[in-house]
Design a protein around this ligand. Structure first.
Ligand code: 6PG
Length: 478
């Protein structure tokens, strides 16, 4: 696909003209591509026409009209909610398409759905790409991180438009073909899992500063904004700082304090945990993010329990200034550990599903546009460049050194949270993961023994190969 083509018809189509879809259309048009949009909702088509101004953009509410706007072979993106809506759009499109046309699902589809659709469409001679897009409405408009999966042939058709529309970091577009089939959607899912973990870690540091140290919203704003200037720099830290300075129009107070303490989810974090369990890859900090959102929804029970099971009335007894610096360091260590868990999951999934992921490229395209973009990703990119098959980021000498430099901070933070009775399962799980991962010996021998004791599940020995069973009860062996 070459931009500013002289051939008739739009370069690319977009199905779903919600804010994300419209913004992506405008982004592509800004880079010289002609775009056609489709939405059953005429109001959204009208909104597109208004926003498009002089750009080469046309909207339609009728599928026939939309398909007729596209040049052959057609390339059609869709940005619609995951699940049934994707299948329904595909079913609606198919009667109007020809062999060689391309469908691009740019929503948050489950990777197994993407595999099924790839098979279904390939059998019909339709090309298919499953593409993760991160960055929210703002990213879609001005440069998201784009995570495509599918065949090279299909990707080449949209590469120019994706490379132009993606976020650019030092002249490099935040997009690359990640691998075949569902590779793109898998990577996007894990991106979101890491997102859940990082958001939970930030929420816990907020709680420690607010309920633990009694900091005001102004001070919280200052701390997160300051942290965003150093090694913690990243989009989620940045927006956290912004949030504490935002006033509520209705009450004049800080908006964050008017927001209900119940965190909802669309499910991509849960999918990450599910997939990690299936592949037996430990991702406890991501799991903690999912679990704490679930726990937050138990608002009524929490209210009852807070009266029945009061928190220890123990004020913070340390030096706030020192602790705040330890909190910064501990958060940084936990942040790296959360990324390390997600990247380790990607490594195993890549082997299992034959994605052939280049983890250095994953880190590279996450440096701009996406929700988990952060300064640390430059280091992760370099770590995987040096050792492409690194099993875990913590084993990179530089990254390992950084985590070790902050491990005492994380210990103090976790111990303080425990003493104050403030929930910190994200931070605690990160520390637990670190301590377990670098533990040459784990008490899992006892678990093997217990399984063999009660279920004759057998155990392995240190001094001999094979599996063994013993009669563990005194009675049985007597
Ligand atoms: C992104 C976001 C985006 C979406 C999340 C929200 O990368 O742009 O991750 O995909 O905002 O899916 O997820 P929850 O609703 O589950 O928090």
């Amino acid at each position: 696909m070459n931009k500013k083509t002289s051939r008739p018809g739009a370069d690319i189509g977009m199905v779903g003209l919600g804010v994300m879809g419209r913004n992506f259309v405008l982004n592509m048009a800004d880079h010289g591509f002609s775009v056609a949009g489709l939405d059953k909702d005429a109001a959204k088509v009208a909104a597109l026409h208004t926003e498009a101004e002089q750009r080469d953009v046309r909207g339609a509410a009728d599928i026939k009209e939309f398909v007729a706007l596209l040049r052959h072979p057609r390339a059609i993106m869709m940005l619609v909610p995951a699940g049934a809506p994707v299948d329904s759009v595909i079913a609606d499109l198919l009667p109007h398409l020809e062999k060689g046309d391309l469908i691009v699902d740019a929503g948050n589809s489950h990777f197994s759905d993407t595999d099924a659709r790839t098979l279904q469409l390939t059998a019909k001679g339709i090309q298919f790409l499953g593409v993760g897009v991160s960055g929210g409405a703002e990213g879609a408009r001005h440069g998201p991180s784009i995570m495509p999966g599918g065949t090279k042939e299909a990707y080449e058709r949209v590469r120019p438009v994706f490379e132009a529309a993606a976020a650019q970091i030092n002249g490099e577009p935040c997009v690359t073909l990640l691998g075949p089939g569902s590779a793109g959607h898998y990577v996007k899912m894990v991106h979101n899992g890491i997102e859940y973990g990082l958001m939970q870690l930030l929420a816990e540091t907020y709680d420690l500063m607010k309920r633990g140290l009694g900091l005001s919203d102004d001070e919280l704003h200052e701390f997160y904004a300051g942290w965003n200037q150093g090694e913690l720099a990243g989009y989620l830290v940045e927006i956290t700082g912004d949030i504490f300075s935002k006033r509520d129009k209705k009450t004049g107070r800080r908006l964050v304090d008017e927001v209900l303490d119940v965190a909802r989810q669309n499910g991509t974090g849960k999918w990450t945990s599910e997939s990690a369990l299936d592949l037996q890859v430990p991702v406890p900090t991501i799991d903690a993010g999912v679990a704490m959102r679930n726990l937050s929804t138990l608002a009524g029970e929490r209210a009852t329990a807070s009266a029945a099971l009061p928190r220890p009335a123990r004020p913070f007894a340390g030096d706030s200034k020192i602790f705040l610096e330890q909190l910064r360091g501990g958060l940084f260590a936990a942040t790296i550990i959360a990324y390390a868990q997600g990247m380790a999951l990607l490594k195993t999934a890549s082997d299992k599903y034959a994605y052939g992921l280049d983890l250095s490229a994953v880190a590279r395209i996450w440096r701009g546009g996406c929700i988990i973009r952060s300064a640390a990703l430059d280091h992760f990119r370099e770590a995987y460049r040096i050792q492409p098959t690194l099993p875990n980021l913590l084993l990179d000498p530089e990254i390992g050194k950084t985590v070790m430099a902050h491990q005492e901070d994380l210990r103090v933070v976790v111990a303080t949270a425990a003493q104050l009775g403030l929930p910190a399962p994200g931070l605690m799980s990160a520390l637990g993961y670190l301590d377990a991962y670098r533990s040459a010996w784990l008490p899992a021998n006892l678990i093997q023994a217990q399984r063999d004791y009660f279920g004759a599940h057998t155990y392995e020995r240190i001094d001999a190969k094979g599996t063994f069973h013993s009669e563990w009860t005194a009675k049985a062996s007597a």
